[in-house]
Unconditional design. Structure first.
Length: 121
């Protein structure tokens, strides 16, 4: 059975101006053009760089760097906690600033998010 293509139409002033379709459907119809499209670079920076978006979350929304990094990467508390081998409740306390991060815990959390411990400050 052939699935219909899921197309989104974008209107401006009541007039259709763009259509958006899944990349797989585009690639099936235009394989050469699709092959030329390169994937984006990962959002996790090298070394100890902290992205502007993480710094903004930290200062503008008064988040800990731990929570800002997690939200920046689109991860849930449950995902990070499981990868780090801690409970979600413990991670919640750490993100709120109620509980201070020990060095070993900071290293586990950083590894779980693919960053360095120094990026968690």
């Amino acid at each position: 059975m052939i699935e219909p293509i899921k197309i989104q139409t974008i209107y401006q002033g009541g007039v259709p101006v763009f259509v958006v379709l899944p990349f797989a459907d585009f690639a099936r119809e235009h394989p050469k053009e699709a092959a030329a499209i390169k994937p984006l670079e990962p959002r996790i920076p090298e070394a100890d760089y902290i992205p502007h978006e993480v710094v903004n979350l930290h200062f503008d929304q008064d988040m800990t760097y731990l929570k800002a990094w997690r939200e920046y990467q689109g991860l849930t508390q449950a995902e990070v906690a499981e990868k780090a081998g801690i409970s979600q409740a413990a991670l919640s306390q750490m993100e709120s600033g109620e509980s201070k991060l020990r060095k070993a815990t900071r290293e586990k959390l950083a590894a779980a998010m693919g960053i360095t411990a120094s990026q968690l400050l």
